[in-house]
Ligand binder design. Structure first.
Ligand code: NAD
Length: 432
């Protein structure tokens, strides 16, 4: 059993805290957001992540997991402090590290003995050194060893990803501290890579996210070419994915990547490269392709609605950046809705989990009860997020409800022939 303080109660911090508590550790989570902490004290998880509420309840009830706003309450006595605060996009695309720096200062002020500080926030190489410097300048009495341990979990399957990781990456200038962090993961029996300096571990995270984003941008570019030469981009991806050297994951043709990680991380890596005098041509192309991909559904809508969106009613099925989350950060739905509204369309939306957050971001949108309510009298429906519940819609019922039976399938979840057979004007992505 170890004593762990987790800084930040977001998707990563709360999942990490609940999972480490479930593995038998004593965990306290500190967050500066008072409302979040007061809800968590009532065992109420303030965002949607499958299974997390149950895990939080179980471990908080057993006393292994607790929540506070105070570093002075969380840090003294802890052996490890895990930084899991946000690192949003900053100026010029670089990562904004102000929350990491603030967390480091607060940990240093509250520290009353030796501590291993684990940086789990996604940060560019050299950030670990910044954290070390801030802490040693701030607290000259006690020493902290700073170790990078990037997180690879995905929203929607965060607990599973944490508990059964493909790998655990740990990097530190101090081997002993890195090995101490590795011991926390012993119960998971996962492959552990310890890198002898902190920068390498920091870089593994950025490189992994950039590579996954590049796969999606690559297949979307192939899909756009496929569409022009009567090839089916979805089947092209399937044909490629069967090659063991290529594999099928992150090879989905659609409206591209979004979310709280890929957009900011690819931009931050590109900005980092520029700062160190390297022009990141490939990364820039990955970003550009993805930006354009979102607007494809707008072109397809126009094509199906006689060239104009003005006065049309368009329903968006799905708002979250991907299924099984309520996260709207950098979600394609937001760009699509704004472009439609600017073009004079009335926009409706339905999402199983993300409507509460979307109401604040898209006040002009009309939020509906379900897919059929959304379709009522609409000129077109766009499938934006591939939630499972959209995969088996009662299509004849949907068609009957619609004013015009136009479906733009931004995630290619339906078969074009079946859809046309049912009488829809149907457009997928990368296929005729
Ligand atoms: N969300 C993901 O899927 C994911 C996956 C892997 C890595 N990451 C990385 O993990 C980090 C956290 O991401 P997230 O999605 O959990 O963020 P989040 O925005 O959901 O949560 C961050 C939390 O940190 C708190 N916070 C901010 N400053 C603080 C401070 N000084 N002290 C205490 N708490 C503070 C915020 O109030 C918030 O609750 C980011 O660097 C992100 O890139 C995210």
């Amino acid at each position: 059993m170890s004593k762990i303080a987790v800084i930040g109660a977001g998707y990563v911090g709360l999942t990490t805290a609940a999972c480490f508590a479930d593995l038998g550790n004593e965990v306290v989570v500190v967050d500066i957001d008072r409302e979040k902490v007061s809800r968590l004290k009532q065992h109420d998880v303030p965002f949607y992540e499958p299974g997390l509420s149950e895990l939080v309840k179980r471990n908080a009830s057993s006393g292994r997991l607790r929540f506070t706003n105070s570093y002075a309450d969380a840090i003294p006595g802890a052996e490890y402090a895990i930084i899991a605060v946000s690192t949003p996009e900053g100026e010029g695309g670089e990562a904004d590290l102000s929350a990491v720096e603030a967390a480091a200062k607060s940990i240093a002020d509250a520290m009353d003995g030796p501590l291993v500080v684990i940086n789990k926030s996604t940060v560019p190489p050299l950030t670990g050194d910044m954290v070390s410097t801030v802490m040693s300048e701030r607290n000259t009495k006690h020493q902290a060893q700073v170790v990078s341990n990037p997180e690879f979990l995905r929203e929607g399957s965060a607990i599973q990803d944490f508990m059964r990781p493909d790998r655990v990456v740990i990097g530190g200038h101090d081997r002993e501290a890195a090995e101490k962090v590795a011991r926390l993961y012993d119960p998971l029996d996962a492959p552990v890579l310890i890198t002898p300096n902190i920068y390498t571990a920091e870089m593994v995270k950025y490189a992994s996210n950039a590579f996954l984003a590049a796969r999606i941008s690559f297949i979307n570019e192939i899909a756009r070419i496929s569409e022009r030469v009567h090839a089916d981009g979805k089947l092209v991806a399937e044909g490629m994915g069967l090659d063991k050297r290529i594999g099928s994951s992150y090879l989905d043709v659609g409206i591209g990547w979004g979310g709280s990680c890929f957009p900011k991380d690819v931009k931050a890596l590109a900005a980092l490269a520029e700062r160190f005098n390297y022009h990141p041509e490939l990364l820039n192309a990955v970003i550009e392709i993805n930006r354009d991909q979102r607007m494809l559904v707008i072109d397809k809508l126009k094509e199906c609605l006689d060239g104009s969106l003005d006065g049309r009613t368009v329903g968006l099925l799905g708002l979250a950046f991907k299924p099984n989350t309520d996260d709207l950060r950098e979600a394609p739905s937001l760009d699509i809705a704004r472009v439609l509204l600017a073009a004079g369309a009335s926009v409706r939306a339905y999402d199983p989990a993300a409507m509460e957050g979307a109401r604040l971001k898209l006040p002009e949108v009309d939020f509906r009860r379900d897919a059929y309510d959304l379709a009522g009298g609409a000129d077109a429906v766009v499938i934006v997020t591939e939630w499972n519940e959209f995969r088996r819609l009662d299509l004849p019922r949907l068609k009957k409800a619609m004013g015009r039976p136009v479906i733009i399938d931004g995630r290619n979840i339906y078969d074009p022939e079946v859809m046309r057979g049912l009488g829809f004007t149907y457009r997928g992505i990368g296929r005729e």
